[in-house]
Write a protein that binds this ligand. Structure first.
Ligand SMILES: [Fe+2]
Length: 291
């Protein structure tokens, strides 16, 4: 069975591309990696040419998730798995592969209608190393992909069956009704919540190399008035120390450090009743009275 190996890239539809460019570079420390002919903005965080493509749109939500597989054979195998599950993928044209800078891809929708892509041959740029516009030590990526995404889905059970049994991800654990999945040592690359929400994307997560990157960015947000929606805290399941910023699109970014990793040989699925060991409180609860 073919299985996705990492979240290689995501596309985001944004209504204010200029605000996003400023937010991505000045707050998150991502690097602009050029623009496509249609004006879409590429952002990089490592040796990939890009990990994010921001598309000017009237919407503000995930445009598509780009799931990586190892090679062309795995891509075709995944196409067969999708067909067997009743999902008809379309093979990306050469123009579509060029637009993503990948060797080959298929496109389809997940059970909630979320646009999804499986690709092989990611766009590497070792000759143009990542150089953050901010003084941070960089991001934890490599074989663990860009980070994680948390999605609102129509049916928890149908989505679990799809991501586990068709895309080949493994369950990491549960926090109440939320399901967390891994496809490499990163504790979770995907988490799902069954809920009707205005957007499909709840948040995406970037993992930093140093807790100092997280702390310094937290301080900078306070100083510059960049909205923090959940203060510093540590999660129960992946043990990540993080806080959450509000993006110009209204969904959030988790900015974290220190997550534990999954070893499939020994991992045991657990259930947690709480999302955080400590912290992750909304700002009002963080505020210290100065009176
Ligand atoms: Fe998260």
């Amino acid at each position: 069975m073919a299985a996705v190996t990492q979240l290689g890239y995501i596309g985001i539809n944004v209504s204010d591309l200029d605000a996003w460019e400023q937010f991505a570079t000045e707050a998150l420390g991502l690097q602009v990696s050029g623009r496509d002919a249609d004006g879409s903005l590429f952002l990089k965080m490592d040796e990939y040419h890009h990990r994010f493509i921001l598309h000017a749109s009237k919407d503000d939500d995930l445009a598509y998730a780009g799931w990586q597989v190892s090679d062309e054979r795995a891509l075709h195998e995944m196409a067969e798995q999708l067909k067997a599950a009743g999902v008809e993928p379309s093979f990306g044209s050469s123009e579509e592969a060029v637009a993503r800078r990948v060797e080959g891809l298929i496109k389809f929708q997940d059970p909630s209608g979320i646009p999804s892509e499986v690709f092989f041959g990611p766009p590497m740029n070792f000759d143009d190393p990542f150089n953050s516009p901010r003084p941070i030590s960089g991001f934890v990526t490599g074989e663990m992909g860009l980070g994680h995404i948390v999605l609102f889905v129509d049916s928890r059970e149908e989505s679990i069956r799809f991501y586990r049994d068709v895309l080949g991800m493994r369950i990491s654990d549960f926090i109440r009704s939320m399901a967390f999945f891994h496809c490499n040592p990163r504790h979770h690359t995907l988490a799902l919540m069954e809920a009707k929400a205005p957007k499909r994307l709840n948040h995406f997560m970037l993992q930093l190399n140093s807790i100092n990157d997280v702390g310094a960015t937290y301080d900078m947000c306070q100083e510059k008035g960049i909205p923090v929606v959940r203060g510093l805290g540590r999660h129960t399941n992946d043990h990540m120390v993080s806080f959450y910023l509000r993006t110009p699109s209204g969904f959030d970014v988790e900015y974290g450090w220190g997550a534990r990793e999954v070893d499939d040989a020994t991992w045991q699925v657990a259930r947690h009743e709480k999302g955080s060991i400590w912290g992750h409180k909304p700002p009002a609860e963080n505020a210290v009275s100065r009176s």
